[in-house]
Design a protein around this ligand. Structure first.
Ligand code: HEM
Length: 513
């Protein structure tokens, strides 16, 4: 056989294999999915379509949801349902809680990052972590200790921004907020001073980058057909992910080691932080005593505490730059609330004098933060897996093993939920005669709902309010480029792609005109 014939034989064999694989995959994807049965939600494509829209995934989902409130994408072995209907959300997250779990499909995807931490487990493991954590979050000590820490970190952040303000420099506020909230979660969660905000902690900075990149790489698995093969061969995005996870693991294992040493040396050490509580709980249950289990708990809390708050505040400042009148209204509310009670004109003193009662009297700020979360929810898509066949309240059926996701980002843009001005940023929609009106957690689902509702909601609002009050008292914020329209980085949490580059103009405190 000549060279040309060998070449043709190889190419045609490859083509036949490729065609065969493609047909088998198509057969697996499209068979057994009740495609034309109107009892099941309409099919809008396969999960691999998400590859093409990955950079604007949530807007792609929103476009479909404008036509179909509940729809399906097909995956090889199951259907993935997406819904915006609050009735369905109540059904899966609360009324039929026991019929839905995180599911093996999701767990396989997130295992390398989340391990067996609270976000990735079900059943007894979840109940045990929820119990220890909810006890921690309900204590008065945590409330006082965390507020103190938020005030200090807000003052440090304002100090850094004042240097930029003096020189008129542009800075990335998302980056600073990210460091600030990481410092807070380390102090409150693990009793450790990370000092990432000052930039003096190089490992901390590397840790943040590794965390963000891993968050994105793991999310990419939802659209990547070959992620398991790549993981096995340790190539491409999976090789990068593995490296990033190693950076994070080293960092977290060092933390556990130093914490254990501290607890054994100092018998009078105050065990009030979340990690100490889990360390004590693990002493009582030897199966949870290993460092891997503690690593998972820590990493889940870091993911919960850092991204959610920092990203929400970044979108909040973006909205305030786009709506200067809203920015000034918040400043007026701060002025009214602190009048006669906090006259300190220095950043540190002002921050330390912000007491709980002042935070509670800020309905407009509360509404603006909530409006930010309505349009830019920190967790844009979240979901569960059906553990048995079921029928949703909107009448659509799903089969055992199907995924069912609620799209918080899309829900915020649905006129049937929020009215004709759903896409308009309008904090006033949350107020009635100046009093904040909460919405059903199945309609405003940014904090999840039902038995697994976010444990850190109040914690997050307190931190966001303190930071917002300190920064807005001392600075007026403007976008570095007034015409810019920022977008998101597609990952588990809604981060601004490329950061938020802004300028701060000092305000004259005591005379805020
Ligand atoms: C704006 C801020 C925040 C938002 C929007 C938010 C949102 C959410 C969402 C959507 C979930 C459900 C995730 C899932 O499906 O597993 C969740 C769960 C959780 N959040 Fe938050 N979160 C915020 C801040 C925080 C903070 C600061 C902490 C802790 C320091 C925290 C701790 C938790 C925990 C422990 C869970 C797991 C609950 C469970 O599975 O039982 N969150 N949060």
């Amino acid at each position: 056989m000549d060279f040309f014939s060998i070449f043709i034989t190889i190419i045609s064999t490859l083509l036949i294999i490729l065609l065969f694989s493609f047909c088998s995959l198509a057969l697996v994807i499209f068979s057994g999915k009740s495609l034309n049965n109107p009892q099941y939600p309409p099919v809008m494509g396969t999960v691999f379509d998400q590859l093409f829209y990955f950079h604007k995934l949530y807007d792609y989902q929103t476009d479909i949801a404008r036509k179909y409130r509940t729809f399906r994408l097909l995956a090889p072995s199951q259907s993935e349902l997406y819904t915006t209907d609050p009735r369905n959300i109540e059904h899966i997250l609360k009324t039929n809680f026991d019929k839905y779990s995180k599911g093996e499909y999701n767990q396989a995807i997130v295992r390398d990052l989340f391990g067996y931490g609270i976000f990735a487990v079900d059943g007894d493991m979840w109940r045990q972590q929820r119990k220890v954590s909810s006890f921690e979050f309900s204590t008065r000590v945590l409330r006082d200790f965390s507020c103190n820490c938020f005030r200090r970190n807000a003052a440090k952040l304002a100090g850094i921004i004042s240097e930029f303000a003096v020189t008129g420099s542009i800075f990335d506020i998302q980056e600073l907020l990210s460091r600030c909230s990481l410092d807070s979660i380390f102090k409150v969660g693990f009793g450790v001073d990370l000092n990432c905000l000052e930039g003096s902690n190089k490992e901390g900075t590397m840790f943040i980058k590794a965390l963000d990149d891993s968050n994105e790489s793991v999310y990419w698995r939802y659209a990547d057909l070959f992620w398991m093969v790549k993981r096995y061969l340790n190539i491409g995005s999976e090789a990068i992910l593995k490296k990033n996870i190693k950076v994070m693991d080293n960092f977290v294992y060092d933390l556990i080691k130093s914490k254990r040493e501290l607890l054994s040396v100092q018998s009078d050490y105050v065990k009030e932080d979340i990690l100490s509580r889990f360390l004590v709980a693990s002493e009582e249950n030897p199966s949870n005593k290993n460092d891997k289990y503690l690593r998972d708990i820590i990493l889940n809390f870091i993911l919960a505490g850092k991204d959610s708050t920092a990203n929400t505040l970044s979108w909040f400042f973006y909205m305030l730059c786009k709506h200067p009148l809203i920015q000034e209204k918040i400043v007026q509310e701060i002025t009214d609330v602190i009048e006669g009670k906090n006259n300190d004109t220095k950043i540190e003193g002002f921050a330390m004098n912000l007491v709980d009662t002042m935070l509670d009297k800020m309905p407009y700020l509360h509404a603006t933060l909530t409006e930010t979360l309505r349009l830019y929810p920190a967790v844009p898509v979240d979901g569960k897996c059906a553990d048995m066949d079921d029928i949703l309240p909107d009448g659509y059926r799903l089969k055992k093993g199907d995924g069912v996701y609620y799209i918080a980002y899309t829900m915020g843009r649905m006129t049937y939920i929020w009215g004709e001005d759903a896409e308009v940023f309008r904090p006033e929609r949350w107020l009635n005669n100046g009093v904040f009106q909460p919405e059903s957690s199945f309609k405003f689902v940014a904090f999840h709902a039902g038995p697994r509702i976010c444990l850190g909601k109040d914690f997050a609002y307190r931190q966001m309010k303190i930071i917002a009050m300190v920064l807005l008292t001392f600075f007026r914020f403007k976008l570095a480029d007034e015409d810019i329209r920022v977008t998101y980085r597609t990952m588990f949490t809604l981060q601004i792609k490329g950061g938020l580059h802004i300028k701060a103009v000092p305000r004259v405190v005591g005379n805020r005109n």
